[in-house]
Design a protein around this ligand. Sequence first.
Ligand SMILES: Cc1cc2nc3c(=O)[nH]c(=O)nc-3n(C[C@H](O)[C@H](O)[C@H](O)COP(=O)(O)OP(=O)(O)OC[C@H]3O[C@@H](n4cnc5c(N)ncnc54)[C@H](O)[C@@H]3O)c2cc1C
Ligand code: SF4
Length: 331
Amino acid sequence: MEQFSFVSAKSEAQAAEAAARSATAQMGASVRYVAGGTNLVDLLKLDVERPKQVVDINALELSRIEPVNGGLRIGALARNSDVANDATVKRDYAVLSEAILSGASPQIRNMASTAGNLLQRTRCPYFRDMAHKCNKREPGSGCDAMEGHNRMLAILGTSEHCIATNPSDQNVALMALEATVQIRGVKGERSVPIAEFYKLPGTTPHIETVLEPGDLITAVTLPKAVAGAKSAYLKLRDRAAYEFALASAAVVLGVSGGKVTHARVALGGVGTIPWRAREAEAELIGKPATRENFVRAAEAALKDAKPRSENGFKVELAKRCIVHALTTVSA
Ligand SMILES: Cc1cc2nc3c(=O)[nH]c(=O)nc-3n(C[C@H](O)[C@H](O)[C@H](O)COP(=O)(O)OP(=O)(O)OC[C@H]3O[C@@H](n4cnc5c(N)ncnc54)[C@H](O)[C@@H]3O)c2cc1C
Ligand code: SF4
């Protein structure tokens, strides 16, 4: 591994200044922020990430979880455990608490930060193994997953250059809750709706988000919870703990007089980005909250799925996941 320096930022401005040369979560950035370190340090050890400088942002005051404009502001450094156990999150945004608690382990969640989770890298085995070809790690080198072991990989949003899954549970819930990512960059502050934050792999799988050099995520904000709507996160995986999703669904459903008045559906484990299933939502709105309509919504969500040699089972698994999650919240 190349030598790198480690600095601790005492203010947001200092962090942005230290990072202005190229701190982003993109491959190849020579300056990187570190929060909990549970993803970045793993990748440093594997030699997958090779920044020249790491800027520790843990001294910044970005850990608060507080009400704002009827919604909630979650600081970028708020730990996953604190978010999952926050009373307002559990009451008004239960899907977020459930999603976070379904991931990793208590020890990792105590370290993992909200922004670090937003930017965690794929668990594609070829990305993490320097002996293999990977367009995300080394643009233009090829992709060993296409004809290799792709059981865990994506079926939605893929390209011929990359089929890696976004591994996060938190981000699926944030997608269903229509969160906004708050960013401080070299030109000032900006807000990006989470639906516009991630980039599909296309021909540039190494570019995963709209973040630019110097950008520091300061918070994630949630809009006011929809009155009367219920939410849930269902994660299907090979074992009950310490495992990433094969398929997961985050749903927020409002039902009045037996008909669906509000529907948000997002999927994990199947998309190259946390996947908002707008087609499913369109199938649900204004219709009776019945199993038959939930099945139609699930069919719509997966209609463009492109399975590879080992992950065809995910199509049916994801459909069943959606139907089960919708049934749970409509009961
Ligand atoms: C064994 C294991 C099992 C796991 N299982 C799951 C699971 O089931 N589900 C799941 O969702 N996750 C799982 N995870 C992943 C875990 O959730 C992430 O590692 C964690 O959320 C990353 O947060 P962090 O603060 O440690 O990030 P870091 O490692 O500190 O940083 C990650 C990335 O974010 C960037 N970054 C951090 N903060 C900022 C900021 N404020 N602004 C800009 N860039 C920033 C860093 O530069 C880096 O690129 C698992 C991890 C491990 C090790
Ligand atoms: S699927 Fe993506 S991350 Fe995995 S080897 Fe191919 S290019 Fe790399």
